[in-house]
Design a protein around this ligand. Structure first.
Ligand SMILES: Cc1cc2nc3c(=O)[nH]c(=O)nc-3n(C[C@H](O)[C@H](O)[C@H](O)COP(=O)(O)OP(=O)(O)OC[C@H]3O[C@@H](n4cnc5c(N)ncnc54)[C@H](O)[C@@H]3O)c2cc1C
Length: 249
């Protein structure tokens, strides 16, 4: 990596919050203006650092939710009830506040048009965040790569980016499947229940298509989905994973 680019990634910089939007009652998208941002690749993340008045500092990683072609940088954060950083970002941060971060970080969980496909994007809960950046990149570059998306959420109300997913699904190249694990509307026509091999094979690609798969979400979700795909015969070398931590959904 070029030395200047590496130094830029490792250097903390300050962004100003310009907008916040609740995706669900506990998930918020935060958009920043960053004076010296040199772009990112879809799927990368950044580190956010908080400093308390007494000097105590802590940092966490957040996937970049915006597409590389978007005007501003954004992250989407899910509040964990006892979460030190996420509860501040979701409940306290306001437009005009400053936030320290560094990045972009990551070179493996990245998709660019030239990477090809067909693509299978599998998300558990807020694991949809980096995949949304990939989908935005796909749309912005008028990519011809066919994409299948499988999202798992506890309920329809808790599915993030719901409207955007519906809009993306209007493209003949993008197929979106949703599974609801806890509650579903009576007339729900999508899937119900946790992701398993049957669901992965119905919503994904046949092995013969040699899909490139990205799985993201809580650790247990990612491990289950990736193990399911491998046991079905998919090439492990074409399955990329990003674990957010935690044990499940
Ligand atoms: C590469 C990467 C990208 C990430 N991207 C995102 C993102 O886009 N959006 C997002 O909301 N989070 C993302 N995360 C998770 C994020 O970094 C934090 O772990 C999360 O916000 C919790 O931090 P906290 O300080 O609020 O909780 P903590 O105070 O650190 O932990 C509180 C409790 O929650 C548990 N816990 C920690 N992390 C999780 C988790 N992810 N799920 C369930 N339980 C957990 C801990 O074990 C602890 O019991 C990402 C993590 C990684 C490694």
């Amino acid at each position: 990596m070029e030395r200047t680019a590496l130094l830029r990634r490792l250097t903390w910089q300050t962004g100003t919050v310009i907008a916040t939007t609740f995706e669900t009652p506990r998930v918020r998208t935060i958009t920043f203006a960053v004076p010296d941002w040199h772009g990112h690749r879809a799927g990368q993340h950044l580190d956010v650092r908080l400093t308390a008045p007494d000097g105590y500092q802590t940092q966490r990683s957040y996937s970049i939710a915006s597409g590389p072609e978007d005007d501003h940088l954004s992250i989407t954060v899910e509040r964990l009830d006892d979460g030190e950083v996420s509860s501040y970002l979701v409940d306290e941060l306001r437009a005009g506040d400053e936030l320290e971060f560094r990045g972009p970080i990551g070179g493996h969980f990245v998709w660019e048009n030239a990477t090809g496909g067909p693509l299978f994007l599998v998300a558990g809960g807020s694991g949809l965040v980096p995949l949304r950046s990939m989908l935005r990149h796909h749309r912005a570059t008028s990519s011809q790569v066919p994409v299948r998306v499988l999202c798992s959420a506890r309920s329809l109300e808790l599915l993030i980016y719901r409207q955007e997913l519906m809009e993306l699904a209007a493209s003949p190249l993008v197929d979106v499947s949703i599974t609801l694990t806890r509650e579903a509307p009576e007339d729900w026509a999508g899937y119900r229940g946790r992701i398993d091999s049957m669901l992965l094979s119905e919503a994904g690609w046949p092995i013969s298509a040699e899909p490139l798969t990205y799985v993201c979400g809580p650790t247990a979700f990612v491990e289950t989905a990736a193990a399911g795909l491998v046991s079905m015969g998919h090439d492990p070398g074409r399955i990329r994973t990003e674990r957010f931590g935690g044990t499940g959904m």
